[in-house]
Design a protein around this ligand. Structure first.
Ligand SMILES: *Cc1c(COP(=O)(O)O)cnc(C)c1O
Length: 741
């Protein structure tokens, strides 16, 4: 079936392969005593990661192993000593707890009622959510930063709300880059192979029970795709893998690493994601009717769906309209340079039989991917804007910037009428709220606060929590953050015998009494990690005040090919090693979701100073806020919507200034806010040592942000406004984007 792309794939063309050991399989397997056999069900569903009692079960089995496996229950159960498993299977305390968790799990998986059933009682169709990365849990390192974590949070909230959703993405066997910092401050990259047998992944199976392998053929390029399944509560995540038999060495690498490789590799990845992903869903028998592309990487899915309909007899134009009405496209990228653009000739090489199958000419096909005004090229965002009728940015500001940027596609419309709306991102509260904080909310907001998380009125009750209790819960989170940081450098010291100065740079001298500022995210230049160093003398005065000490904790990875990002890390690291700052600046290696949780829960202030308006939304500040950690942030992304003068701090806007003056003005404003507002408020203590005024800001951060920037609000908004109206709207107005000629 070479060049057979015109045929829609169905189950017949998905062939079975014998199950075999793949690269990265360790041969571990789980053998449990019958009484606790269903622990395996829990270990293989990432539901456990946001359900504390389930996590507690694994911890109870073997605390040390739990830590040594990086909180991976599949590995824990596979490596646990037989005697210990036998012992817990007879331990009444454990069994009572296990039975309760299992009952909760079964209820979660087959609920009596969900929000979705109540709000959309007649809907049965699934939404397919495509993303190049998914950040679900650390034990599955297939994310690089905010975009992936957003996708993971989206799946989790969909699961909680009962929205039928399936995720489609990549299994990257080498995960994302891991980071170590050398003595000179240079980021060293390394990769760990995912151990299949010790990961919560299984082969996705065809309706007849055989593992699914798909053959894809595009241009002269044949490819085999394997599919893994990860269960995220009720939401299955299908992850494609090209490291399978039948592919040549280069193609096996396509899904090797997240964002690795050259343009050809990248185009192939996006073909696999969009076209392969759609065919996989069909082969697996998933009834997906609404498709959501998280960023342009997945936009080929839209072409594939048009192709399916054309092959069933529709005209290209009819098919395009039908697909557009049921496709949601989310764009996050506020600068033209950030969008994927491929040479047209390269795209044509792969799609040379595809346009015939679509019933259009080469020229008509290539026009689908041309951005107005720009150079010739195949622009994935332009493609998505043409083929998806539901388009959104990820914050109010980002929606506006997107309308401005893409207005030339609708030349007859004013910027405000460009049909791109916004749905502001939110975070999955059960994942990001610290357990002790959540317990405090249980007590003061009511046990059912998670179900009411998008109701503002309920969150006002946060102000009734006694200040002393609120503060001591936070101080505990902070001490745990500092312990974690020390543990990380202690391990490096013992294992790698790093230089003592590296132990200090990594945070050995941190002080839990100091006001702790956190800055942790990917090291992309626009995020300006080093802005706060513009005036070192002034900063040192702030940091080193003996009575009111301040410290700054940095973390984050640079993309392995981003030399500028690595230079920023180096600059911070060298300062952190400098005796002159006395350990008040630290850089924590290898930031990931696990470390992120400690950071957003344990810092005192969350610093964010991107170049306006380049932060599409920013979600780490939202995670901090729901834990009572206020932001000090420029008014960009979510903060422009979230800031209310009482829940944190913001330097005045400087959008009018030229870049160098702007940096100076914003750094200046950050120093002034620290000197005049933040530090004095933090150290203004009541006789019981509680900073009353500060705690008020913390509580306001929670009360104002949690109901608005939670993932439930976000997923409900997508569901009500973007996913389902299109299914009804057969013949209503469709906003036609302009196609350049
Ligand atoms: C939430 C999160 C981010 C997002 O950071 P922002 O700069 O706020 O968008 C990045 N990395 C990790 C690991 C996260 O958990």
């Amino acid at each position: 079936m070479a060049d057979s792309v015109a045929q829609p794939l169905d189950g017949k063309q998905a062939q079975a392969v014998p199950e075999k050991k793949l690269n990265g399989a360790s041969g571990l397997s789980i053998q449990l005593p019958p009484r606790i056999a269903r622990l395996k069900d829990i270990a293989y569903n990432l539901w456990w990661s946001w359900y504390p009692d389930a996590r507690g079960l694994f911890k109870y089995i073997d605390r040390t192993l739990w830590r040594n496996t990086n909180h991976n229950p599949v590995r824990l159960l596979a490596q646990c000593r037989r005697e210990r498993l036998e012992a817990v299977a007879k331990d009444p305390t454990f069994l009572q707890w296990f039975d309760a968790v299992l009952a909760d799990f079964d209820l979660y998986m087959a609920p009596k009622k969900t929000w979705f059933q109540a709000a959309h009682p007649t809907r049965k169709e699934s939404v397919a959510y495509f993303s190049a990365e998914f950040g679900v849990h650390n034990s599955l390192p297939i994310y690089s930063g905010g975009l992936g974590v957003l996708a993971g949070d989206h799946c989790k909230a969909a699961s909680d709300l009962g929205l039928p959703l399936v995720g489609v993405g990549f299994m990257y066997p080498q995960g994302y880059v891991k980071q170590r910092i050398g003595i000179e401050g240079w980021q060293q990259n390394y990769y760990d192979f995912i151990d299949w047998d010790a990961s919560p992944v299984t082969h996705a199976r065809l309706p007849d029970g055989k593992p699914c392998v798909l053959r894809l053929s595009l241009g002269n390029w044949p490819l085999h795709l394997g599919v893994w399944k990860v269960q995220v509560g009720r939401v299955p995540l299908y992850l494609m893998d090209t490291n399978v038999e039948g592919n040549d060495a280069a193609d096996r690498e396509i899904s090797g690493r997240l964002y690795g490789g050259d343009q050809i590799m990248r185009l192939r990845q996006e073909i696999v994601l969009g076209i392969g992903g759609t065919r996989i869903l069909r082969a697996l028998g998933v009834d997906a009717r609404v498709f959501h592309a998280n960023e342009g990487h997945a936009a080929f899915l839209m072409l594939e769906r048009v192709q399916e309909l054309v092959s069933q007899g529709q005209s290209f134009e009819e098919a395009r309209r039908q697909v557009a009405a049921t496709t949601v496209f989310t764009t996050h990228t506020p600068v033209p340079a950030g969008h994927d653009v491929f040479p047209e000739d390269l795209v044509a090489e792969y799609f040379k039989t595809y346009w015939t199958a679509l019933g259009i000419s080469r020229e008509e096909f290539l026009r689908l991917g041309r951005a107005p005004g720009g150079a010739l090229g195949w622009n994935m965002t332009a493609l998505a804007l043409r083929l998806a009728d539901r388009r959104n940015g990820v914050s109010r500001r980002n929606g506006h910037v997107s309308r401005q940027m893409w207005q030339p596609m609708w030349p007859e419309r004013s910027v405000d009428d460009v049909p791109i709306t916004h749905v502001t991102n939110g975070v999955h509260l059960a994942t990001w709220t610290k357990q002790t904080v959540a317990e405090m909310y249980d007590h003061y907001l009511g046990k059912d606060w998670r179900e009411h998380q998008d109701e503002r009125q309920m969150w006002r009750r946060v102000h009734q929590i006694p200040d002393e209790e609120f503060w001591s819960v936070h101080m505990r989170a902070k001490r745990e953050l500092i312990s974690l940081v020390r543990q990380i450098v202690r391990d490096r010291w013992m294992r790698d015998h790093v230089d003592a100065s590296q132990v200090l740079a990594g945070g050995a001298l941190l002080d839990s009494e100091a006001l702790t500022i956190g800055f942790a995210r990917r090291f992309a230049a626009y995020k300006r990690a080093t802005l706060i160093f513009r005036d070192m003398e002034r900063l040192k005065k702030i940091l080193m005040d003996p009575w009111r000490p301040v410290q700054i904790l940095f973390a984050g990875k640079a993309h392995p090919a981003d030399e500028n990002g690595k230079k920023l890390i180096q600059q911070i690291y060298q300062l952190a090693r400098d005796a002159g700052v006395g350990g008040h600046i630290a850089f924590v290696e290898d930031y990931d979701m696990h470390r992120a949780r400690y950071f957003v829960q344990g810092c005192d202030v969350w610093l964010n100073n991107p170049i306006f308006p380049l932060e599409a939304c920013g979600t780490s500040g939202q995670k901090a806020a729901v834990n009572g950690v206020p932001s000090l942030s420029v008014l960009d992304g979510w903060w422009e919507e979230g800031y209310n003068r009482e829940n944190g701090w913001a330097p005045p806007e400087t959008a009018e200034l030229p870049p160098d003056k702007r940096d100076e003005a914003e750094a200046e404003a950050v120093y002034s806010l620290l000197e005049e507002k933040i530090v004095p408020l933090y150290f203004d203590r009541a006789p019981n040592d509680v900073p009353i005024g500060w705690v008020r800001v913390m509580k306001e951060a929670v009360a104002s942000a949690a109901p608005v920037f939670c993932a439930n609000r976000m997923v409900k908004e997508y569901t009500d406004r973007l996913y389902f109206p299109g299914l009804e709207r057969e013949n209503s107005e469709i906003l036609e984007p302009h196609t350049p000629t």
